[in-house]
Design a binder for this molecule. Structure first.
Ligand code: FPP
Length: 246
């Protein structure tokens, strides 16, 4: 039996990435293969999301960021967009019933374009989980790395106009403090299932030194075992951050 196929669980805590990002891709193809509408792929994808978030929290991942809806996804048919928003609504309503769970919920992206009821549910979820000490779960919704960077630059320009900041003092820390992930560590590992090999505007600033892992499995079929496998592959990578190996 090969190294990867042995059932071995997750690596030891000291080998785990602190922050994992996931581009939940392949829902449409999963549905198409079954002759189902695309929204059924997203429904299955949302179930996988719940399972993987629970598993990640259980094994000690400190930050998990999932890409649920990008700034470019508005180009999809309205019915598909509505179905993703409805899944988000259902999830946000459901987590209100599980307030005792220790996960801290955060949302990345521009909320202004979202329906008011979703924005309110998001605010309630963030406020209700603010003091939780377990895994931070970031859900990226109407999120795009370029849009996030543009918002950060606007905020820096405002600070300069107000005289709070001089342009010569702008450094990356000032920019990072204005990103949606302010205060959080950068992702160590970014997983993209479905076989596509691109970043698609996901955490483009934060992923400067992330390890990337592309897997063939479609997101709705992704299981905790695939997650373990990704974590093992990560644990065998040598990270140098531009320096030399120790
Ligand atoms: C990409 O697959 C997936 C999306 C654009 C939507 C992802 C959304 C979910 C998994 C549901 C989110 C729900 C919650 C509760 C967070 P695709 O449709 O582009 O797949 P394809 O490339 O096979 O067509």
């Amino acid at each position: 039996m090969s190294f990867w196929n042995r059932r071995r669980g997750a690596p030891a805590a000291e080998l785990l990435p602190v922050h994992v990002g996931i581009i939940m891709d392949g829902n449409g193809r999963w549905a198409k293969r079954r002759g189902l509408p695309r929204k059924e792929g997203h429904r299955q994808g949302a179930k996988t999301f719940r399972k993987i978030a629970e598993y990640a929290s259980q094994i000690g991942i400190r930050y998990l960021t999932v890409y649920a809806f990008s700034t470019e996804n508005w180009k999809r048919p309205k019915e598909e967009v509505d179905s993703i928003m409805q899944l988000l609504r259902e999830y946000l309503r459901e987590i209100e019933r599980y307030a005792e769970e220790n996960v801290r919920l955060r949302f990345l992206g521009d909320r202004s374009a979202l329906d008011a009821d979703i924005r309110e549910l998001m605010e309630r979820a963030e406020a209700g989980s603010r003091n939780h000490t377990g895994m931070t779960l970031n859900i990226a919704i109407n999120y795009g790395g370029r849009d996030e960077l543009t918002r950060a630059v606007k905020s820096l320009a405002q600070s300069c106009i107000k005289g709070e900041l001089s342009p010569v003092d702008i450094d990356y820390a000032q920019i990072a403090a204005r990103l949606d992930t302010a205060g959080q560590p950068d992702p160590d590992l970014i997983i993209r299932p479905s076989g596509e090999q691109r970043i698609s505007n996901f955490l483009i600033c934060q992923s400067a030194y992330a390890e990337f892992l592309y897997m063939k499995v479609l997101w709705p079929d992704f299981t905790p075992r695939h997650f373990d496998r990704a974590l093992w592959m990560y644990s065998r990578r040598s990270r140098r951050f531009g320096g030399l190996s120790a």
